[in-house]
Design a protein around this ligand. Structure first.
Ligand SMILES: [Zn+2]
Length: 134
């Protein structure tokens, strides 16, 4: 197995990085934070209009908190700490507003279109909306 670890991790480094708990936290933060761009892009291409899915805000929140903890407890660099110190505020605000919006509105079971609370039919596909489940 020695040859395998030498092949994968020459000099004890994988991808040239010396791994420890904070490196995993930091890189996980990078991965989560970066993945939100692909999620948003995919959602926009799928709908052919600019959309920001709810998962975008969750990935933003989780990714930025991981990067903030990396900056606070490992890197301890003021520039990096400041960059992630306040970004969670709009992320949480967007999640709160989205939840309130989702509660007040009706989702079409046929096409996922979100209709206003007083609608009886879906504006996108015309299917009757079930309102008595609330
Ligand atoms: Zn519909």
């Amino acid at each position: 197995m020695e040859w395998l670890s030498n092949l994968l991790m020459p000099g004890g480094k994988f991808l040239g990085i010396e791994w420890h708990v904070w490196k995993v936290v930091g890189w996980l933060g990078n991965l989560v934070f970066f993945s939100r761009f692909f999620l948003q892009w995919y959602a926009t291409e799928k709908r052919k209009q600019v959309v920001v899915p709810v998962a975008f805000w969750w990935l933003s929140l989780i990714g930025s908190l991981l990067l903030l903890s990396y900056a606070l407890f490992y890197q301890k660099d003021s520039v990096f700490i400041f960059a992630y110190a306040f970004t969670w505020i709009p992320y949480i605000r967007n999640l709160v507003i989205q939840r309130r919006h989702a509660k007040a509105h009706i989702d079409c079971v046929k096409c996922d279109f979100t209709a206003t609370p007083d609608s009886r039919f879906c504006a996108q596909c015309g299917a009757p909306l079930i309102t008595d489940t609330k």
